[in-house]
Design a protein around this ligand. Structure first.
Ligand code: NAD
Length: 505
């Protein structure tokens, strides 16, 4: 299941079977720079096209991807280990983001007029222009949907993209690049540079206009450091330790169903996985029984399994370490557990008796594990939920108090009486706080993330007194003092025009 890196090539294996799937080049720093230079040329043309012209090509790209959905899903299934259904879901989500980004780009980037305030003789406008070349560095867990959150919005905003996929899942990226080259009139508009960390570091140091990074917080810090050499702005989509809160007035069956799906989809290898659950004392036993019942129905492995293979050996080791640590500190294993790991397959694990002294409640486990903690009150649940250096997603199952609980959670996103829903609503920006990162993909914010903001102040007509001039009346200082008092002190002046007239008198 490991990915071996030879001197020049990188091999990709099926994590479920260990079969070799193919090998890809390892791009050197010079080759990355050359790709960025080609992208720069493509960006110069692409950025000057109208939205309608760009959208026509992006729609054609989407149609071509949709026509190749089975092939793409099959590569995802074999290279990442996820079941076919999850692979197809990933393709569908990615195409949804692309369609939405195209539909929204012109509106999201439309110039906006703002009040010119005291400079009433000015027109003030905010406009948005493409950045140029965006470097996208992606992870292996959602090798298509995650990078597409940046790629779709960056392209729709008028940028070219250079994409460095994870070394564990390069083949799916190359398939997308192949389709892009067949579809776009500019063959260098979307390029893929394959390789491991060194290739990613080269992209972060290259002459790109923004780096959109998705991966672990530890690597994110290295990417920021590399990007700081050129003061390249960065967007950071990092890890999470998403909490779920279940109140005593929640629909327990639905809450359990959401905890099971949210904790176990993609074998728990999702940045917005439910990584810990806090349940009100009064309903705790019932909720735990329901979760265990639903987990026992799941099938692990096979093309039609509910849970697929873990994508990497390294991730299996992290999960095993968290489970060993939890058991050693007194956690109770209700299903699965550290002894239910066989090669790249981990049986879904439900733990109770967990505390924040355990890694499984504080560090990103990224595996099929649902640790459940009993709480005496919702205040305790909120305090524990917020006791994390991460702050990506979160979910709340409750009755009337649900919105108020959601409002108290320190997280970039919250689903109420559902799980992960914010990721499937294309208009909602996606991103975190704290060590889960900053910046947003998806939605209009996700489009403007790949633009530069320009402020323009245009003098529409002249006034007898020009405030941007040294040629002022002798008593200007006295008049200004009066203005300051009236504008910002006790006196209230409703209209800037009244004040200007007073100043001129
Ligand atoms: P990772 O940090 O190991 O690698 C991510 C990417 O960075 C890979 O392409 C890798 O080759 C590259 N890389 C490694 N070292 C680099 C360096 N020094 N400079 C530049 N690039 C470098 O992450 P991963 O294991 O591939 O992905 C799992 C992590 O991603 C988890 O923490 C998960 O929560 C997170 N994730 C976050 C989101 C989100 O949207 N917030 C989405 C998916 C995954």
């Amino acid at each position: 299941m490991a990915t071996a890196i030879s001197q020049e090539r990188l091999s990709s294996y099926n994590p479920a079977t260990g079969d070799l799937l193919g090998s890809v080049p390892i791009f050197s720093a010079a080759e990355v720079d050359a790709a960025v230079a080609r992208a720069r040329v493509a960006a110069e043309t692409w950025s000057t096209r109208s939205f309608a012209a760009r959208n026509e090509e992006l729609d054609a790209f989407r149609h071509a991807l949709a026509a190749a959905a089975d092939t793409i899903a099959d590569i995802l299934h074999r290279e990442n280990g996820k079941p076919e259904l999850e692979a197809l879901t990933e393709v569908m989500m990615s195409l949804g983001h692309l369609k939405h980004a195209v539909a929204r780009a012109e509106t999201a980037m439309a110039p906006k007029k703002v009040s010119a305030g005291l400079l009433a003789n000015f027109r003030a406008t905010i406009s948005y222009a493409p950045l140029g070349v965006v470097g996208v560095i992606g992870p292996w867990n959602y090798p298509l949907n995650t990078p597409m959150g940046s790629i779709a919005h960056a392209l729709a905003a008028g940028n070219a993209v250079v994409w460095k996929p994870s070394e564990l899942t390069p083949l799916v990226a190359l398939e997308i690049e192949k389709i892009a080259k067949q579809t776009f009139a500019l063959p260098d508009l979307l390029q893929v540079v394959t390789g491991a960390g060194a290739t990613g570091a080269a992209l972060a140091k290259a002459a790109v206009d923004k780096i959109s990074f998705t991966g672990s917080a530890a690597t994110g810090k290295r990417v920021m450091l590399a990007a700081s050499e050129r003061l390249t702005p960065v967007l950071m989509e990092l890890g999470g330790k998403d909490p779920m809160i279940v109140s005593d007035d929640a629909d327990l069956e639905k809450a359990a169903e959401a905890a099971v799906y949210g904790g176990l989809t993609n074998a728990g290898q999702a940045c917005i996985s439910v990584e810990r659950v806090y349940v009100a004392e009064a309903v705790y036993d019932k909720f735990v029984d329901e979760v265990v019942k639903q987990v026992r129905d799941l099938k692990v492995g096979g093309d039609d399994g509910d849970l697929g293979a873990m994508t990497s050996e390294a991730q299996v080791k992290i999960v095993k370490d968290h489970l060993d640590d939890a058991v050693a500190k007194g956690a109770k294993v209700l299903t699965g557990g550290p002894n239910a790991i066989s090669g790249s397959f981990i049986q879904p694990t439900v733990l109770t008796g967990v505390t924040h002294q355990m890694k499984v409640m504080t560090e990103e486990t990224f595996g099929p594990v649902i640790p459940i903690q009993k709480v005496k009150s919702i205040d305790e649940a909120v305090r524990l939920a917020n006791d994390s250096r991460y702050g990506l997603g979160s979910s709340v199952f409750a009755g009337k108090s649900a919105r108020s609980i959601a409002g108290k959670l320190r997280a970039g996103m919250t689903s109420i009486n559902s799980v992960m829903a914010f990721a499937g609503i294309y208009g909602l920006p996606f991103g975190g706080v704290g060590e889960s990162g900053f910046g947003r993909i998806h939605g209009d914010e996700g489009i403007r993330e790949f633009t530069r903001v320009k402020s323009t102040a245009e003098q529409a007509f002249s006034l007898p007194i020009n405030m941007m001039s040294f040629r002022q009346p002798k008593d200007a200082a006295k008049r200004l003092r009066g203005m300051i008092r009236q504008l910002y002190g006790d006196g209230v002046v409703s209209k800037a025009g009244d004040l200007l007239r007073k100043f001129r008198r």
